[in-house]
Design a protein around this ligand. Structure first.
Ligand SMILES: NC(=O)c1ccc[n+]([C@@H]2O[C@H](COP(=O)([O-])OP(=O)(O)OC[C@H]3O[C@@H](n4cnc5c(N)ncnc54)[C@H](OP(=O)(O)O)[C@@H]3O)[C@@H](O)[C@H]2O)c1
Length: 251
């Protein structure tokens, strides 16, 4: 198994890509601690995993809150002793609006979760991993970390920023035995996608057609890439953002 006995943190494990990652990492032998704000969902996911005999624990946490992150990492230290890997998956996309109609409130909301949240997570993960001399961090980026999409200025800026954190952390900590990389999905069938299409068949068809592969992605396809990045397979990979987008960005 690729994560045998590894202690792995997953943010955004209460649904979508993060939930699929918790499932996959557990199947690959990891002890998973995952976070999200929705306690009912967290407990449901945790109980589902434990029912299959896996080691999984839900910890309620808002990743934009410094105090809650400090509590989370204090708990991880006490309960798990070390942190072998982290998938910083949790995030939001916000409302679609042109730059002229975007509000500062919406900008701050997205930046606080996606960018400031990732920064605070990476800082705390490194503080645990550097003394250990090993660890692998996978950040959640997006095709919007490389290209722009109309009506998504704050989200696009936040994902470009996440790529900058990934590269800087890799530069600073590659020599300390830590690997820091990112995944950049195209559209994936999760709640975020449903909020965008509202189940409208024509919109879904357009999204599928927009990806050269002819369809959008499934959560487990992104989880599999994160698994590979967390495993010991890509020893020589550093500061890399891996596009998993069915060819969306090569058009
Ligand atoms: N689906 C796509 O097309 C797509 C494409 C590229 C990138 N992404 C990124 O992939 C990540 C996962 O999204 P998804 O598609 O799986 O959608 P999702 O089902 O809505 O998942 C988002 C996850 O992030 C968590 N989250 C949001 N704000 C949080 C906060 N302040 N503190 C802690 N957790 C928070 C949510 O948990 P709670 O609500 O319980 O807090 C949830 O578990 C997001 O970062 C998203 O931007 C998605």
């Amino acid at each position: 198994m690729k994560l045998d006995d590894k202690r792995i943190l997953v943010t955004g494990g209460t649904s979508g890509i993060g939930e699929a990652s918790c499932q996959l990492f557990c199947r690959e032998g990891a002890q998973v601690i995952f976070v999200g704000r929705r306690e009912d969902r967290g407990v449901e996911v945790q109980n589902g995993l434990r029912g299959k005999g896996f080691s999984a624990e839900y910890w309620p946490c808002d990743i934009s809150r410094e105090d809650q992150l400090d509590e989370l990492f204090a708990y991880i230290r006490t309960r798990y002793g070390r942190l072998d890997g982290a998938f910083n998956c949790g995030g939001i996309d916000g409302e679609k609006a042109s730059i002229l109609d975007s509000t500062l409130e919406e900008w701050d909301k997205i930046m606080n979760v996606n960018l400031r949240g990732t920064f605070m997570l990476v800082q705390r993960e490194l503080k645990m991993m550097v003394p250990q001399g090993h660890g692998s961090i996978v950040n959640m980026s997006s095709v919007c970390g490389t290209i722009a999409r109309q009506g998504r200025v704050a989200y696009t800026a936040s994902r470009h920023g996440v790529d900058a954190i990934t590269k800087t952390a890799a530069l600073e900590f590659a020599s300390k035995g830590i690997r820091i990389n990112a995944v950049a999905p195209g559209s994936v069938r999760t709640d975020i996608f449903y909020r965008s299409t509202q189940g409208n068949a024509e919109k879904e068809r357009m999204y599928n057609k927009g990806h050269p592969i002819g369809r959008i992605g499934e959560p487990e396809e992104i989880a599999r890439a994160a698994l590979w990045l967390l495993s010991e397979a890509p020893d020589f990979l550093q500061g890399h953002t891996m596009m998993i987008d069915g060819g969306f960005t090569v058009q």
